[in-house]
Design a protein around this ligand. Structure first.
Ligand code: 6R9
Length: 566
C-alpha cells in the first residue's frame, strides 16, 4: 500500500520552501509585509477602495480607504521612530478591536518593530508573563486597559513607553504618552524598514490550551502563505466583503484579519462588540458580507438560537463560509447547510504554522466532520507515534505531521529554542494533534494529543464523543475527558451544557445516553455525564479540556492565563 495524505516518498523532496535565489529577492529591496498590505494596493490604483469599515458596540462606524490605511500606518511608524524605537523592538498591542489596533499593526512593522498582539481582556498576570518574556519596549493601549499596565509597570524594566490611544485630557502617569492619530502630524510618505524575508514580524503567544504560553515568532515572508491561502482557501477575491470574527490577540485575527485580506486588496468589515446571534446576522445583512471566517464555538452558539433566528434576516449575500480553531462537528456543517444554504468549510492550522495547512477548498466535496486535505505546497500526513514514520493504512490514527519549510512556519519560540526544537522529530514538524486519513486523502481530527483518552489501552478522541452528543436536541456543547478508573486506567466522562429550554435531570441524562449509545463504540461511551452551565474556554474559544481533566484527577491545573473568565 502507498502512502496516504499527500505524502509520497517520490515527491518528499518537494517542499514549499523558498530557494536561496527567491529569498534574495527581498534582500536589496523590500519584503516588509506592511507595504504589501497597504502601499502596494495604493500603487496599483486602489487607494480609494475601502480597506475596512469598523463598527463599534454602540453601532458607531468609521471607514478607512487603502490610502487612509497607508498614511495612518506611516504616521504611526514615524511616531514610533520619533520616540527612538528601533527595528526588532517589541511593541505590544493591547486594545479592543478599535481601528488603531489594525493600523498600528502595520505601523509597527513599517518601522521594523516586532508586533506583539495580546487580547485586551487579559488580566494583569497574563499580560505580565507575556510582556516580561518578550522584553517588550512599548505598548499601545487605551484608558480602559491602562490600569492593568500600571499595576505591573514596576516589574517591567524594559517597558519604556505606554502609548494611550485617545486619552483626551485624562491625567497620565510617568512614562505614559497620550496618542491620537488626529493629534500628530500626518506622514504621507515614510521610509519603510527594508525587511529581508527572514526579518522577524509578529510574536504571537499561543492560545495555551496546554502548558505555559509560548511566543511563536514569525517573519515577514510569512505573507506569501497568508496571501495565497486567503485567496485560495478562504476564496476571497477583490469584490468580496470579508468578515473575520477573530480578535487579533489570536493568530486568526492577524493572519486572516489583517495580512491575508489586505494583501489581497479586499474590503473588510470589523465588529467590535460581544457575541449575539441577532447582532451578527444584522451585521452580515447590513454590510452584505460575502465571505465569513469564524470558529466552531460561535457556530454552536448560533445553532443554539436555531434557524428561526436566521430566517429573520436577509443573509443572501453570503457566498463562502469557513471555520477554524476547533474541530468542526459534522452536525454544525449540516446545520449550516440548512440555515445558510451552504456548508461551513473547515480549515486547520496553528499559531505555529502561521497559515492554513489542511483545509476544504472551494469546489471540493465537503465530508462533514473532516478537516479536508493538505493545502497545495504543504506536505502533511499522520505518523506513528513510536516509529515516527508515515502511517499507510487509511483510518489508522496517528500524529499530524508536516514537512518543515513552508513560508509562514514559525522560526522559533521566543526565549525557548529547546521547546522549538522538541517539536521537530524525524524531519517532521509535529503539530501535537491526532487524526486519521481516509482512502480519499481527507483528514479526520481526533483530538489534541494531550486530550486523548486512554481507556483500557485504547485511545479515544474527545471529538467523536462530543460530536455524537451535539446531535442530541438538548445539547448545546460538551467536553469529553478521561477520569481515573481502577480497571481501565481512564474512563470517559462528559461535561454537557444544555440548550435553553432544557433542565438537567435524570430523564435528560438517560435520553442522551440512549441516544449516543447507538452512535459510539462501547469504549467511547461516557460512564458519567455532568451538567454544567458552560465550559471553560480560552479567549479564542477553545474548550480547555485540560482543566476539566485536572479536576477529575485532582491535579494542578497549570497556566490558566488564557482562560476566558479570569
Ligand atoms: C488557528 C488556531 C491550534 C490548535 C490546533 C488544534 C486546534 C485549529 C482546527 C483545530 C480541529 C480544526 N484546531 N483548527 N482542531 N479542527 N479545523 O487555532 O491556532 O490557537 O494556535 O490553535 O487548535 O488543536 O493544534 P491556535
Amino acid at each position: 500500500m502507498g502512502n496516504i495524505g499527500n505524502y509520497d516518498e517520490k515527491y518528499s523532496s518537494f517542499r514549499w520552501k523558498m530557494s536561496e535565489q527567491e529569498l534574495s529577492y527581498g534582500k536589496d529591496g523590500m519584503f516588509n509585509l506592511a507595504y504589501y498590505c497597504s502601499d502596494l494596493i495604493c500603487e496599483r490604483g486602489h487607494g480609494d477602495k475601502l480597506a475596512f469599515l469598523w463598527q463599534g458596540f454602540k453601532g458607531e462606524k468609521k471607514e478607512y480607504t487603502y490610502h487612509d490605511l497607508s498614511v495612518a500606518s506611516n504616521t504611526i511608524a514615524q511616531y514610533l521612530a520619533g520616540h527612538g524605537m528601533k527595528p526588532q523592538d517589541r511593541v505590544c498591542l493591547f486594545m479592543d478591536k478599535i481601528p488603531e489596533l489594525y493600523i498600528s499593526f502595520l505601523g509597527v512593522l513599517k518601522m521594523g518593530g516586532i508586533v506583539q498582539p495580546l487580547f485586551s481582556a487579559f488580566g494583569e498576570d497574563a499580560l505580565f508573563t507575556r510582556l516580561e518574556d518578550a522584553q517588550t519596549r512599548a505598548i499601545f493601549t487605551t484608558m480602559k486597559h491602562v490600569r492593568k499596565i500600571r499595576r505591573i509597570r514596576d516589574k517591567l524594566p524594559d517597558l519604556q513607553f505606554v502609548f494611550v490611544v485617545n486619552a483626551g485630557d485624562k491625567k497620565l502617569e510617568k512614562g505614559e504618552y497620550a496618542f491620537s492619530l488626529a493629534g500628530i502630524p500626518r506622514v504621507d510618505t515614510f521610509d519603510i524598514y527594508k525587511a529581508d524575508p527572514e526579518a522577524p514580524s509578529v510574536l504571537h503567544y499561543t492560545s495555551g490550551t496546554t502548558g505555559k504560553p509560548k511566543g511563536a515568532q514569525h517573519v515577514h515572508s510569512s505573507i506569501i502563505a497568508q496571501h495565497v491561502t486567503a485567496r485560495w482557501a478562504l476564496d476571497i477575491t477583490p469584490d468580496d466583503i470579508y468578515w473575520c470574527t477573530a480578535d487579533p490577540g489570536w493568530v486568526t485575527g492577524t493572519s486572516y484579519g489583517i495580512i491575508g485580506p489586505w494583501s489581497n486588496g479586499v474590503t473588510q468589515v470589523i465588529l467590535d462588540a460581544g457575541f449575539s446571534s441577532e447582532k451578527w446576522y444584522q451585521f452580515i445583512q447590513q454590510h452584505k458580507v460575502t465571505v465569513w471566517y469564524t470558529a466552531p464555538t460561535a457556530i454552536r452558539l448560533l445553532m443554539k438560537d436555531g434557524t428561526s433566528m436566521v430566517e429573520k434576516f436577509d443573509l443572501s449575500s453570503l457566498r463562502h463560509l469557513i471555520s477554524v480553531g476547533e474541530p468542526l462537528n459534522a452536525e454544525a456543517v449540516i446545520w449550516s447547510e440548512k440555515a445558510f444554504g451552504k456548508p461551513f468549510y473547515d480549515s486547520y492550522w496553528q499559531t505555529e504554522t502561521g497559515a492554513i495547512v489542511i483545509t476544504n477548498f472551494p469546489g471540493m466535496k465537503v465530508k462533514p466532520g473532516s478537516m479536508g486535505k493538505p493545502f497545495p505546497g504543504i506536505t502533511a500526513t499522520v505518523i506513528d507515534e513510536k516509529t515516527l514514520e508515515p502511517i499507510t493504512t487509511p483510518g489508522r490514527v496517528g500524529l499530524i505531521a508536516l514537512k518543515p519549510g513552508w513560508p509562514s512556519m514559525f522560526r522559533t519560540y521566543w526565549n525557548n529554542k529547546e521547546m522549538y526544537d522538541s517539536k521537530f522529530k524525524n524531519n517532521w514538524y509535529i503539530c501535537g494533534d491526532r487524526a486519521s486519513i481516509d482512502q480519499d486523502g481527507y483528514f479526520w481530527f481526533v483530538g489534541r494529543d494531550d486530550d486523548v483518552i486512554n481507556t483500557g489501552g485504547h485511545l479515544v478522541g474527545p471529538f467523536e464523543i462530543e460530536s455524537a452528543l451535539l446531535e442530541h436536541e438538548a445539547v448545546a456543547e460538551s467536553a469529553a475527558v478521561g477520569k481515573p478508573d481502577p480497571v481501565n486506567m481512564e474512563v470517559v466522562k462528559a461535561f454537557v451544557a444544555l440548550k435553553s429550554g432544557f433542565q438537567p435531570s435524570a430523564d435528560v441524562e438517560l435520553s442522551i445516553m440512549n441516544f449516543i449509545r447507538k452512535k459510539l463504540s462501547p469504549l467511547a461511551m461516557p460512564q458519567e455525564i455532568e451538567f454544567v452551565d458552560s465550559l471553560p474556554k480560552t479567549r479564542s474559544g477553545k474548550i480547555m479540556r485540560r482543566l476539566l481533566r485536572a479536576k477529575e484527577w485532582g491535579e494542578e491545573i497549570g497556566d490558566t492565563s488564557t482562560l476566558e473568565n479570569d
